[in-house]
Design a binder for this molecule. Structure first.
Ligand SMILES: [Zn+2]
Ligand SMILES: [Zn+2]
Length: 363
């Protein structure tokens, strides 16, 4: 069922439309006239997960155009393919980069920051009528565009393992890329999903992951996923004992502690403070006297997602991945799924757009 930019098909779709914070999602079912560009692809979404940024939008803490179709973490099957894509992708179970980039601008080519492309498009954050309107994962289909890397999934990587990979896991692969051989003792601030992925990636790289989080169940999960040690607060960690600190807590209150435990010449990676309430109460002198490096890391490049999927394949049997993602909710129960995500029992709450109400979860 390949199509080119002349071939059109009529596709019945369903999607849950976000109409503003505090309002319920609206089910929108219709037929769409599909006309794929030569490097586009159409994916039937099989599983999506609710990311922290979806929750921020849902609760009004992050501005997104509305109406919109949210959801950027997901997996699916390729059901239509433009003529210039590899035909072997048709029918494959895949994931994709959450950002679509042009491949030509300075960010794409010279800075190796395609996630900062001057023509960047991010799935799950666009207006509901943009392109064909199939631009978020909380829908039956997602229309992937020409600058989106599509990655087939190995059989051992389940949908639930793979769904959060194109945001949280790939981001953490990028965050850890800045570490060098001199960074052995690592402090991760925050044991949300980024912190959990950080613990197992660090274990695999032979480093020691110290994880701090006030929530006992999160610390337990961090231990299961490879943390060397966990702490409710970092107060018991000796000063100057840590080579690199990775902030994925999302609160600036942890920064002073991170600076305290860093050794001279240490590295501070900021990845969780992606919101306006992130002023840092630090003096320049603190940084200069300790010869520290601070780096901000946001999203990732396609190679990081590719390596994330390879990591899941290699470690499929090593960690209990099913502890991270809830059983799936049907698409039409998206409000219930968001309520479940807000109680933070699961690192990720899943939605299966192909699931019918008849097969929905018992409460
Ligand atoms: Zn995300
Ligand atoms: Zn670009």
């Amino acid at each position: 069922m390949q199509s080119d930019n002349l071939g059109k098909t009529i596709l019945p779709i369903s999607r849950m439309v976000f109409e503003g914070a505090g309002r319920p999602f609206r089910l929108d079912t219709r037929s769409v006239e599909m006309a794929l560009g030569p490097r586009d692809a159409l994916v039937a979404v099989t599983l999506a997960t609710i990311c922290g940024s979806d929750l921020h939008t849902y609760c009004g803490r992050r501005s997104t155009p509305s109406p919109a179709v949210l959801g950027h973490e997901g997996v699916g099957h390729v059901v239509q393919l433009g003529a210039e894509r590899d035909p072997a992708l048709l029918g494959k179970r895949v994931t994709w980069t959450l950002a679509d980039s042009c491949g030509h601008c300075a960010a794409c080519n010279e800075w190796t920051l395609p996630q900062k492309c001057e023509r960047l498009f991010k799935y799950g954050h666009a207006a509901a009528d943009e392109r064909l309107g199939l631009n978020g994962c909380f829908a039956s289909h997602l229309h992937l565009q020409d600058g989106t890397k599509i990655i087939p999934l190995p059989d051992v990587v389940t949908d639930a393992m793979a769904a959060p990979a194109n945001c949280a896991l790939a981001t953490m692969v990028n965050v850890l890329d800045v570490l060098t051989d001199t960074h052995e003792e690592i402090l991760i601030q925050g044991a949300g999903l980024l912190g959990i992925y950080g613990a197992c990636l660090l274990q695999a790289s032979g480093r020691r992951a110290h994880v701090v989080d006030p929530e006992p169940s999160r610390r337990e999960l961090a231990s299961i996923f490879g943390a060397t040690a966990t702490y409710a607060t970092s107060a018991s960690i000796p000063s100057q004992s840590i080579d690199a600190v990775i902030e994925v807590a999302g609160t600036p209150a942890v920064i002073a502690e991170g600076v305290r435990v860093l050794r001279p010449g240490g590295l501070y990676s900021l990845a969780g403070l992606v919101h306006p309430e992130s002023s840092l109460e630090l003096t320049g002198e603190t940084f200069i006297r300790k010869c520290l490096t601070m780096i901000g890391l946001h999203n990732y490049a396609p190679a990081h997602l590719q390596r994330g999927i390879a990591f899941l394949e290699q470690h499929a049997a090593k960690y209990p991945w099913d502890r991270l993602v809830s059983s799936p909710h049907p698409l039409t129960a998206l409000d219930a799924a968001f309520a479940c995500a807000q109680d933070r029992r699961w690192a990720r709450v899943a939605i299966a757009p192909g699931m019918t109400n008849a097969s929905k979860l018992s409460p």
